[in-house]
Design a protein around this ligand. Structure first.
Ligand SMILES: *[C@@H]1O[C@H](CO)[C@@H](O)[C@H](O)[C@H]1NC(C)=O
Ligand SMILES: *[C@@H]1O[C@H](CO)[C@@H](O)[C@H](O)[C@H]1NC(C)=O
Length: 290
């Protein structure tokens, strides 16, 4: 019997790692490493749950083992309950280097009963300054909710429980750099940012409530894994029948456009594209979409 060529073996390994990451029940041991916090980050329940904690001495964080170049990435988070003022839970994708790309969710804590702020940003080639902030339409500390990033070559869509809250389109043809060449890892951290996070830094972290804990579960990445300079989603071959790559060209249909408008109208509290004071020379180009 002829031996399979090494190339075929590697190709099938890459293929199966893509399938595995997209269909097998999430296991944090397989997909993530706790990277800092000296024991404050933990994977428990046979890999089904990950927790980060923060006390006066340190926060904690984790990162994905894989790098991705495009994906539809879902994670359920349950944020620090009670008095979480001063704490920030950051959950984001980022590449490396001085001209990095980054897609951010940041959850800014608050006093008990006061609303968290969900802060979002998009960096391309090291340049951000594209903040949009939202209140949520539920208490993000009472239960797990799903926070998703759809990142394909045409657009980035941030969603909460399947409702799109923000879209950043590829406008490279108009000279706005778009993240599409640099693979990114998933990162998350829980840390103290009481110099700015809550009411602009007026409310400080109350350490008598420490440790603060945020929890993660049900990670799902329908994504192209980047490894040794190549992608698990070959661009020039049709998607295999067992994988569903429709997210690679997904866009907002009219009902999702409406839901996006609903969120932006009722829950958006800051939009850099409306901040004319901040950009006296004119709004960033991607803001002029009309
Ligand atoms: C905290 O609550 C105050 C008062 O309701 C609100 O102005 C602020 O936006 C909330 N969120 C943060 C992170 O400061
Ligand atoms: C692929 O996924 C999309 C939604 O992401 C769904 O609408 C479609 O039916 C799926 N197609 C197949 C063949 O499973």
């Amino acid at each position: 019997m002829p031996m399979a060529s090494p190339v075929a073996v590697i190709a099938s390994l890459v293929f199966y790692s893509f399938i595995a990451s997209s269909t097998v029940a999430a296991n944090f041991y397989n997909d993530f490493d706790i990277t800092w916090g000296d024991g404050r980050g933990q994977i428990v329940n046979n890999g089904q749950l990950l927790t980060l904690s923060l006390d006066k001495a340190s926060g904690s964080g984790f990162q994905s083992k894989n790098e991705y170049l495009f994906g539809k990435i879902d994670m359920q988070l349950k944020l620090v309950p009670g008095n979480s003022a001063g704490t920030v839970t950051a959950y984001y994708l980022s590449s490396k280097g001085s001209t990095w790309d980054e897609i951010d969710f940041e959850f800014l804590g608050n006093l008990s009963g006061d609303p968290y702020i969900l802060h979002t940003n998009v960096f391309s080639q090291g340049k951000g300054n594209r903040e949009q902030q939202f209140y949520l339409w539920f208490d993000p500390t009472a239960d797990f909710h799903t926070y998703s990033i759809l990142w394909n070559p045409q657009r980035i869509i941030f969603s909460v429980d399947g409702t799109p809250i923000r879209e950043f389109k590829n406008m490279e043809s108009k000279g706005v750099p778009f993240p599409k060449d640099q693979p990114m890892r998933i990162y998350s951290s829980l840390w103290n940012a009481d110099d700015w996070a809550t009411r602009g830094g007026l409310v400080k972290t109350d350490w008598t409530h420490a440790p603060f804990t945020a929890s993660y579960r049900n990670f799902n990445a329908n994504a192209c894994i980047w490894s040794s300079g190549s992608s698990s989603c070959p661009s020039n071959s049709p998607p295999s029948s067992t994988s569903n790559n429709s997210w690679l060209s997904q866009e907002l249909d009219s009902s999702n456009q409406e839901r996006l408008q609903w969120v932006q109208k009722n829950y958006m509290i800051y939009n850099y594209c409306a901040d004319t004071k901040r950009f006296p020379q004119g709004l960033p180009f991607e803001c002029n979409t009309a």
